[in-house]
Every structure is written in structure tokens, then in C-alpha cells.
Design a protein around this ligand. Structure first.
Ligand code: PIT
Length: 375
């Protein structure tokens, strides 16, 4: 079932920045200024954004700036996604995740100022050398797991982990990038699961493809398993054409491709002979198409259906809902789509606030109903 071809890139490529601002080519580089940043050459390009090399002219520091076209965002109804990407990146500060320095906006563009890394993509390591030795793959895998574990501990699920989104800095340290498809706890439905199908087919867990909801942490872990396989094998564990076209072609629920013995495709793969016994064992445990099997061995955190405590917000979440710093203001004037809400904050406990609202509402003739701290 394994594909013998080198995994193909699923997103437009990024070029490796030279690191210096390259005075020799200064005449051919446009000198656009965005605030205190002078934009340089393009490091990578996607459908909705470009990542550019830039220099902070006040501090002399080099950064990467992701330039997003507002019109494309509006046309493609991606406002929520961009907001989520910003909230996510602000929450995450980890040595193995690209750091967001600041966000700016002009009339037509949104700018994410990001940590500059100059070592290219992990993907390039496999395509240039075919595959990695187990020791090297282990080093990157450990860094990846550290980053993913940290993100999960903050309630952030990446949902599009693949070698192209793993960048390397000048010292070869792995940095996870591209949180454009990431999910935050707010997206978890009442069943405690995520429901949006996203990611890149080759790296996506079976339960993400079926529409019944999935655990974001387990889905990311599946992608890590595929990444480890690809790093050490030099090819994908699951055939691309099987995954992408089979469930479309047969017009059947994707999960049946994985769970029914009689179906053409199961999540079966064979480890190449050069994998060590322990690597095989680890990958087989991670690439288990039935995450419930895994749960027998692991403690799984379940979301309470009825929250016992009122919803709490951390500083970043609070900031992202406040008018002054709300990203809605990046869009609001043009679109009038972002709803204005008035929020009050209080130092009193939730119970005190509820009691006071009850006391005030009763004499005004209101029939007060309470449910999970909503009044
Ligand atoms: C670099 C160099 C480079 C690309 C990037 C950063 C991109 C980083 C990035 C992009 C995202 C995101 C987080 C980080 O959500 O070639 O220093 O969309």
C-alpha cells in the first residue's frame, strides 16, 4: 500500500532566505516600507499570502513578514480563519514554533511579522538526500512532538502538520509554521470534538476525513506519525491516489475505507526493512486508524458536556474580543460584517454576578433563567 514515490509538495514552495539583507542585490530588491520594516525578497508564496524577508530599520533585526491580501480574504470568507491564526500564534511561545512578533494592517493588506528562519523546509532535507538516518529523524521528531505537545497544552490544534510546514533555523532547529488551519478550544463542539475537515490528505487522520468529529490532539499525532515515516522512509505510508480519490469515487463514507475489512483500502502500510524494531513499533502505535484502541492505553481527557465553571478567558482571548485591539477593526469599516458587542469585566465571582443580575432583573419584571452561568 505504500507509495514508492518521493512525497510531493502539496503547497507552493518557499525559497531559503540567504540570511543577510544582501547588499549586492539591493538595486533589484524593491524597498517597500511597512511601518518600521523594509520589505525584501519573497521567501514563499501561497494562494492568499506571500512571506517576505524584511528588516526592522530601527533595530536592524531581520524578520519574515507574511503579507495577506485583504480583498482575497474577504472574497474567500476567510476572516475567521485569519483571526484564528493570529489568536493562535499569539498564544504560542515555544522554541520549536515560529514566533509571531506583531500584526499590522494597511487599507489593503494584513501583515504578520514573524521570526525569520533561514534553514529552509524539513521537506527539502528528504528531497535532497532521499531520507534521513534514524538518529536525525528522531532529533526532528522529538522537536516536533515538543512543539505539538506544547500547542495542545494550550488548547491549540495545528491540523495541517506536514514536512512543508516544518522549517529549520540557521542552527537546524525545527520550527513549526503555518497555523492557518489551526483550531482553538472555541471550535470544540458540545460533543467535545472538532468537526471541520481540513489538512492535507496524505497526512490527515482517518477520523478527520469522516464527518463524525475528531479529537484534535490525536489527529495532530497521526500527522506526526506520517511525518516520522516519511522522514525515515523517503516516501509516504499511504498512497495518495487511494486517499484522495477512493472515497470520492466510491461515494461512500470515508471511514468505511478504513474500518471495513471488505473495502479496498484500509489504513495499512508496511515499514521498510531499514526501520529499527522500535521505530516500527512506535509508528504502528501512532498510525492506528482507530484512535479508541489507543485510548485503552492512554488517559484521554474528555470534555465535560455541562461546564461546571463559567467560561474563562486568558489575556489573549480577552484582548481579541476587545474593541481597541480587536482584529475586527482590520475589516470592520470596509465590510460592516463584524458584530459589535459590549463586554463588561468584573472582579466579582461568577456566582456573585449572577445573584446580582437576578436581584436587579426580578423587580424589572423579568423571568430569570440560568444555565451554565448564562442568565
Ligand atoms: C520564516 C521563513 C519562511 C516562512 C515563514 C517564516 C512562515 C511562517 C509562518 C506562516 C504562517 C503561520 C506561522 C508562521 O501561521 O520561509 O521565517 O502562516
Amino acid at each position: 500500500m505504500a507509495s514508492r514515490t518521493t512525497p510531493s509538495r502539496s503547497t507552493p514552495s518557499r525559497s531559503t532566505p540567504s540570511g543577510s539583507s544582501s547588499s549586492s542585490s539591493s538595486s533589484s530588491i524593491s524597498r517597500t516600507r511597512v511601518g518600521k520594516y523594509e520589505l525584501g525578497r519573497t521567501l514563499g508564496e501561497g494562494t492568499f499570502a506571500k512571506v517576505k524577508f524584511a528588516r526592522n530599520v530601527e533595530k536592524g533585526e531581520s524578520v519574515a513578514i507574511k503579507v495577506i491580501d485583504k480583498e482575497k480574504v474577504l472574497k474567500n470568507k476567510m476572516i475567521a480563519q485569519i483571526k484564528r491564526e493570529i489568536s493562535t500564534m499569539k498564544l504560542i511561545k515555544h522554541p520549536n514554533v515560529i514566533r509571531m512578533i506583531e500584526v499590522m494592517a494597511s487599507k489593503t493588506k494584513i501583515y504578520f511579522v514573524l521570526e525569520l528562519v533561514t534553514g529552509g523546509e524539513l521537506f527539502d532535507k528528504i528531497s535532497s538526500t532521499g531520507r534521513l538516518k534514524e538518529d536525525e529523524a528522531r532529533k526532528y521528531f522529538q522537536q516536533l512532538i515538543n512543539a505539538v505537545d506544547y500547542c495542545h497544552s494550550r488548547g491549540v490544534y495545528h491540523r495541517d502538520l506536514k514536512p512543508e510546514n516544518l522549517l529549520l533555523d540557521a542552527n537546524g532547529t525545527l520550527k513549526v509554521s503555518d497555523f492557518g488551519l489551526s483550531a482553538l478550544p472555541q471550535q470544540v463542539r458540545e460533543d467535545g470534538l472538532l468537526h471541520t475537515t481540513c489538512g492535507t490528505p496524505n497526512y490527515v487522520a482517518p477520523e478527520v476525513i469522516n464527518n463524525k468529529g475528531y479529537d484534535g490532539a490525536k489527529a495532530d499525532l497521526w500527522s506526526c506519525g506520517v511525518i516520522l515515516f516519511v522522514l525515515m522512509a523517503g516516501y509516504l505510508p499511504f498512497e495518495d491516489s487511494n486517499l484522495t480519490s477512493l472515497y470520492k469515487k466510491h461515494n461512500m463514507p470515508p471511514e468505511s475505507l478504513f474500518f471495513d475489512d471488505k473495502q479496498i483500502f484500509k489504513a495499512e502500510f508496511t515499514c521498510p526493512p531499514w526501520f529499527s524494531a522500535s521505530a516500527k513499533k512506535l509508528i504502528k502505535r501512532i498510525l492506528d486508524p482507530k484512535p479508541a484502541t489507543e485510548s485503552k492505553n492512554l488517559v484521554v481527557e474528555r470534555k465535560e458536556e455541562e461546564p461546571k465553571n463559567p467560561v474563562t478567558m486568558n489575556a489573549f482571548e480577552l484582548i481579541s474580543t476587545s474593541q481597541g485591539l480587536n482584529l475586527g477593526s482590520l475589516f470592520e469599516k470596509q465590510m460592516g460584517l463584524v458584530k459589535r458587542k459590549t463586554r463588561f469585566t468584573s472582579k466579582c465571582s461568577a456566582n456573585d454576578i449572577v445573584t446580582k443580575i437576578e436581584a436587579a432583573a426580578g423587580p424589572l419584571g423579568f423571568d430569570v433563567k440560568k444555565n451554565n452561568y448564562k442568565v
